[in-house]
Design a protein around this ligand. Structure first.
Ligand code: ADP
Length: 649
């Protein structure tokens, strides 16, 4: 058979380099990754056979074998699962499909020190490639169940791999690692030692639902470390032949009482399901008894995955039926805004070949989803009450996603509002909850104020904030794209309206006992001519020109009408492919500003309105710039401005 040589995709090559020069100190985990892949392959085969009985595959003894050869210094992990076709090997093993990879690698290259890099690797999980931490050559032989020909893949991890077809491959996949010399000082242990392998499997893969077997050497080979305890068995007369020992207990953690399971065991299950190398933030256990029984073991990760906002982001909750794996990424079990939750749900009364479509319509599943959702949210609430730091981590990582629930899940809106926190003018770094905001509201303040924008800094510098800052009225500073949407959809919190400081009329004077109504009326009269004339000049650009009570420093600002979409919202809907008309904005002038006063005077005294019209245009442009927007014709704006500056020299 001819051997073909291929190059790794660029990202895959970079990742391999990292593995070879291993920045990750805990090298033992390579075995967990290989076993995890093997276990997935067995799950897939069992399911495929369930759906298609005619598949020519042996499912009678699905298991994982671990084999070592001390002389050749090889370690082989073999499964008799689904296997891969020639084309699949090239596609799945030669490339990295995960959408976050490019970003990950970039961050990794930017990470200055090994500790930073290690954290990032953990975040990503590198699966199969982890083998290159401990081996200088890896060979994979695989045959897809139902196919007759197999494929051999070999690589030294250095940029190329070879592929060839083989005729005698057994069903499934075997991965053989040609081990580097042991170097315990650098955490590179002797992975031909049965004792070491047993320890790693117990530690990381005990819960795997398929038997993980190791062929224990017969008496001649019993010099291997750690064998002495079981030596009596091995000495039985017929024990000359090697014996296969099952290393894992295969116990479903979710079915065991909490007291019997250690946190470490839960965490290893999380890592297997979540494809994460780090511990989860929180473990949630739920047992439902009665007519529809199920057990759930859910985890809140400690870090958001890179693909949290990608359309194809996957890997949430797995569905089992009576301990048998049914499907990954079961979207019917939790709403989309909890897509970062990982775990297992094991239902007693579902059919083994239940489909996604059926799940979406099933009444029991619907009830289960509601209960699981409430359980996750109440856990967050508890975390908030008991462990501020953990809650803060959670909200920092997942708050943006949870806020989607404020729009899509009215049933849980109240609890979502109670666990949400936001940046606020009250404190430079500490976020606030709505409850805390409400407690701090000033006498006479009826509404909760917020302003949405790109960054805290741009919001704080926005002219809309001036009067609020002046009067010490707290404003929530919202920087996620979803913020304006939920604030609009939710409308109020415990009877207090949520109001954007950049929308509608804001009359903070009305909150003062001695509101100076008289003065405002006088000003309105004084400015009536200018305001009407400016509206004509800027027709097409603004729907109204009026006096402002938001401004103390800036001459002008633009605001949205109370029921119009803001520019950011318009952009968002357009990005989602929806047609929305452009709402005209309102220009507000600060009657106490010298420029505005001067303009009014000039308007009343002068006949030459051409220069004044330019000033009006400039004033509008400045207001748009101040909120982070762009004048309609930037080049013209710059020219007018330059002319003015020149004249002022
Ligand atoms: P991940 O497991 O995170 O997807 P890997 O690099 O470990 O990433 O594996 C890439 C893909 O290769 C897997 O998703 C799977 O489709 C395939 N694969 C790996 N190991 C096996 C195996 N033992 N049997 C069948 N397919 C496998």
């Amino acid at each position: 058979m001819s051997t073909e040589t291929f190059e790794f995709q660029v990202e895959a090559r970079q990742l391999l380099q990292l593995m070879i020069h291993s920045v990750y100190s805990n090298k033992d985990v390579f075995l967990r990754e290989l076993v995890s892949n093997a276990s997935d392959a067995l799950d897939k085969l069992r399911l495929e056979k369930l759906w298609d009985d005619s598949l020519d595959a042996d499912v009678s003894d699905l298991h994982i074998d671990i084999d070592v050869d001390t002389d050749a210094r090889t370690l082989t992990v073999q499964d008799n699962g689904i296997g891969m076709s020639y084309e699949e090997v090239g596609r799945l093993i030669g490339t990295i499909a995960n959408s976050g990879t490019a970003k990950f690698l970039q961050e990794l290259q930017e990470a200055k020190d090994a500790a930073g890099a290690e954290g990032l690797i953990g975040q990503f999980g590198v699966g199969f490639y982890a083998g290159f931490m401990v081996a200088d050559e890896v060979t994979l032989v695989t045959r897809r169940a139902g196919e007759s020909q197999g494929t051999r893949w070999t690589s030294r991890g250095e940029g190329t791999y070879t592929l060839e077809t083989v005729d005698d491959a057994p069903q499934g996949t075997s991965v053989t690692l040609h081990l580097k010399p042991a170097d315990p000082e650098n955490q590179l242990h002797d992975y031909t030692s049965p004792w070491k392998i047993r320890e790693i499997i117990k530690r990381y893969s005990d819960f795997i639902t398929w038997p993980i077997r190791m062929v224990v050497p017969g008496p001649e080979g019993s010099a291997a470390a750690g064998k002495s305890d079981e030596a009596s068995e091995a000495e039985a007369p017929e024990a000359e032949a090697p014996q296969a020992e099952t290393l894992n207990s295969m116990k479903a953690l979710w079915a065991r009482p909490r007291g019997e399971v250690t946190d470490d065991e839960y965490h290893e299950l999380y890592k297997h399901i979540g494809h994460d190398w780090r511990d989860p933030l929180e473990t949630i256990r739920l047992q439902a008894e009665g007519t529809f029984e199920y057990q759930a073991l859910l985890f809140l990760p400690a870090h958001a995955p890179h693909d949290l906002f990608a359309r194809d982001s996957k890997r949430g909750v797995q569905l089992y039926v009576k301990r048998v794996f049914i499907m990954d990424d079961c979207e019917a079990l939790l709403p989309p805004y909890l897509r970062f939750v990982k775990g297992v749900v094991d239902a007693a009364d579902l059919s083994l070949n239940v489909s996604r479509e059926i799940l979406q319509q099933d009444r029991h599943i619907e009830m289960m989803r509601r209960r699981l959702t409430k359980k996750v949210l109440s856990t967050v609430k508890e975390m908030m009450a008991k462990d501020q730091d953990r809650y803060a981590t959670f909200w920092r990582e997942f708050g943006t996603v949870l806020k989607e629930g404020l729009v899509t899940d009215p049933e849980n809106r109240d609890v979502l509002l109670s666990v949400a926190s936001f940046a606020s003018t009250h404190h430079d770094t500490e976020p606030t909850t709505l409850k805390q905001y409400a407690e701090r509201m000033k006498d006479g303040q009826e509404d909760i104020y917020y302003l949405a924008g790109e960054s805290r800094q741009s919001i704080e510098n926005s002219p809309h904030m001036e009067a609020f800052r002046d009067r010490g009225i707290e404003v929530l500073l919202l920087t996620d794209p979803v913020d304006e949407v939920w604030a609009d959809a939710v409308g109020e919190y415990e009877g207090k309206k949520l109001r954007s400081v950049a929308k509608g009329r804001i009359d903070l004077d009305a909150q003062d006992e001695d509101a100076s109504d008289g003065e405002r009326e006088k000003q309105t009269e004084e400015y009536a001519g200018l305001l009407g004339w400016m509206k004509e000049q800027l027709d097409g650009e603004v729907k109204e020109v009026r006096l402002s009570s938001r401004l103390t420093v800036s001459p002008a600002c633009v605001v949205s009408d109370a029921h119009d979409l803001t520019p950011a919202l318009e952009n968002m809907y357009r990005a989602m492919g929806q047609e929305v008309p452009s709402a005209k904005r309102i220009l507000e002038l600060n009657p106490d500003h010298r420029l505005v006063k001067g303009l009014n005077q000039a308007y009343n005294e002068r006949e030459d309105r051409v220069a004044l019209a330019e000033t009006a245009e400039l004033l509008h442009g400045l207001a748009v710039l101040a909120e982070g927007g762009q004048p309609k014709e930037p080049a013209r704006f710059v020219k007018l401005m330059a002319d003015r500056l020149e004249r002022a020299l």
